[in-house]
Design a binder for this molecule. Structure first.
Ligand SMILES: NC(=O)c1ccc[n+]([C@@H]2O[C@H](COP(=O)([O-])OP(=O)(O)OC[C@H]3O[C@@H](n4cnc5c(N)ncnc54)[C@H](O)[C@@H]3O)[C@@H](O)[C@H]2O)c1
Length: 373
C-alpha cells in the first residue's frame, strides 16, 4: 500500500487542460452549462439529472442504452427545452459539444454486471476511453463514478482512498471491480498525459427510490422479500457488513465533487456500518415481524466488510455533515437513516405492481409507529 501517492493530490499534471469551446469566449456567449450524464436513465443517474435540472443555467443531455435504466425514470423531463435524451451505447464513440461529463454508464448490480461480463468490461474500459476522448476534444471536465468495489475484500478497515485494495483479478466479480480500476487508471493517464480535468468518486452502497426491486441489491431485496412474505435470505455468514447512503446525499456529493478543485478519488458513502443479519432484522421488525430469516450460501468473492473512511470526503462533499440523511439520529443507534425507510418502502411498493397490497397503508403506519416508539 502506498502512503502518499494514491489519493490524486500529488498526481496532478503540469499540462494545461484542453481549451473549452470557442463559444465560451465569443461575444454571443452561451451562458448555459451543457452537461452530459451517461447512464442518466439509471437509479443514481436519474436523481442526478433531477438535481442538475433544478439549475436553470444547466442543459442536461442523457446518454443511455437502457440496459438497466428506464425512460420512466426521466419522464418528467422528456420534452423539456433544457433536456435531451439520446439512446446510445458508450462503447461506441460519441461526438457532441458539452462542458461537463458525469460518466455513470455501467450496470451496478451483480445480477446485471455478471449477466454479460465481457460487455461490462467493455463498458468500463472502452466506454470510459470514449468519454475521455470526448472530454479531450471539447475541453470538458469529466467525473467517473467508480466504486468501493475497487477495494475488493479489504484488508484495511475502514477504507481510506490511499488503500490500493485486495481484488481477485480472475473472479466472477472482476469484470466490474477490475473494470472500474482500469477506468480510474485511464482517468489519471488522460489527466497526466493530456491535462484533462478529472474527478473520481468511489461510491459506496447507495439506496433509495427507483432502485430496481429485483436486481439483487440487498436493501431492496430484503424489503421486497418482506413485502411478499417470503423469507429474508441472508448470505452466510451474515456478519459481513455494508454501509448504506441515501441517494439524495450521494447526488449532492457528486455535484460538489464536480464543482470543487479536488480530482479525487474520493469515497462517497455513509460510514454507519451494518451486518447483513442486523439489516435483515431491521427490515423484519419494520415491515413483517413474523417473516423468517434464512441463511443461504454466499456468492464468490463477497467482501466481508465495507465502510468508507470519509475523512477526506467530509471537506469536499460534506459527507457526514449535519442535516444529511446519513447524519440524522437513529433509533438503531448508528446513524441508519430511519426516516427514509418509509419512503423506500413506498417506492419499493410502487416500483412493482406485484407488491401492491391492500393492507400496505396499514403496514406503512406500523413502520412509522415502530420508528416513533
Ligand atoms: N448504486 C450503488 O450502490 C453504486 C455503488 C458503487 C458504484 N456505483 C456506480 O454508480 C453508477 C450508477 O449506478 P446505478 O446504481 O445508478 O446503476 P444503474 O444500473 O441503475 O444505472 C446504470 C445506467 O447505465 C446504463 N448503461 C449501462 N451500460 C451502458 C452502456 N454500455 N452504454 C450506455 N448506457 C449504459 C444503464 O442502462 C443504466 O441506465 C455506476 O457507474 C455504478 O458503477 C453505484
Amino acid at each position: 500500500m502506498a502512503n502518499n501517492s494514491s489519493n490524486g493530490d500529488n498526481q496532478t499534471t503540469t499540462k494545461p487542460p484542453p481549451l473549452p469551446s470557442p463559444l465560451r469566449f465569443s461575444k454571443f456567449f452561451q451562458s448555459n452549462m451543457r452537461i452530459l450524464v451517461t447512464g442518466g436513465a439509471g437509479f443514481i443517474g436519474s436523481h442526478l439529472v433531477d438535481k442538475l435540472m433544478e439549475n436553470e443555467k444547466n442543459e442536461v443531455i442523457v446518454v443511455d442504452n437502457f440496459f438497466t435504466g428506464s425512460k420512466d425514470n426521466l419522464k418528467k423531463w422528456i420534452g423539456h427545452p433544457r433536456f435531451e435524451l439520446i439512446r446510445h451505447d458508450v462503447t461506441e464513440p460519441l461526438l457532441i459539444e458539452v462542458d461537463q461529463i458525469y460518466h455513470l454508464a455501467c450496470p451496478a448490480s451483480p445480477i446485471f454486471y455478471k449477466y454479460n461480463p465481457v460487455k461490462t468490461i467493455k463498458t468500463n474500459v472502452i466506454g470510459t476511453l470514449n468519454m475521455l476522448g470526448l472530454a479531450k476534444r471539447v475541453g470538458a471536465r469529466i467525473l467517473l463514478t467508480s466504486t468501493s468495489e475497487v477495494y475488493g475484500d479489504p484488508l484495511i478497515h475502514p477504507q481510506p482512498e490511499t488503500y490500493w485494495g485486495n481484488v481477485n483479478p480472475i473472479g466472477v466479480r472482476s469484470c466490474y471491480d477490475e473494470g472500474k480500476r482500469v477506468a480510474e487508471t485511464l482517468m489519471f493517464d488522460y489527466h497526466r498525459q493530456h491535462g484533462i480535468e478529472i474527478r473520481i468518486a468511489r461510491i459506496f452502497n447507495t439506496y433509495g427510490p427507483r432502485m430496481n426491486i429485483d436486481d439483487g441489491r440487498v436493501v431492496s431485496n430484503f424489503i421486497a422479500q418482506a413485502l411478499r412474505g417470503e423469507p429474508l435470505t441472508v448470505q452466510k455468514p451474515g456478519t459481513q457488513t455494508r454501509s448504506f447512503c441515501y441517494v439524495s446525499d450521494m447526488v449532492d456529493g457528486l455535484v460538489r465533487l464536480m464543482e470543487g478543485e479536488n480530482t479525487g478519488p474520493i469515497n462517497i458513502g455513509n460510514p454507519g456500518e451494518f451486518t447483513m443479519t442486523e439489516l435483515a432484522e431491521t427490515v423484519k421488525e419494520l415491515i413483517k415481524p413474523d417473516v423468517e430469516i434464512k441463511m443461504v450460501e454466499n456468492t464468490p468473492d463477497d467482501p466481508r466488510q465495507r465502510k468508507p473512511d470519509i475523512t477526506k470526503s467530509k471537506g469536499i462533499t460534506r459527507m457526514g455533515a449535519k442535516g444529511q440523511v446519513a447524519g440524522r439520529p437513529s433509533p438503531y443507534g448508528r446513524g441508519f437513516p430511519f426516516e427514509t425507510w418509509s419512503s423506500q418502502v413506498v417506492n419499493a411498493n410502487c416500483m412493482n405492481n406485484e407488491l401492491q397490497s391492500e393492507n400496505f397503508s396499514q403496514q406503512l403506519s406500523n413502520v412509522e409507529g415502530a420508528l416513533e416508539a
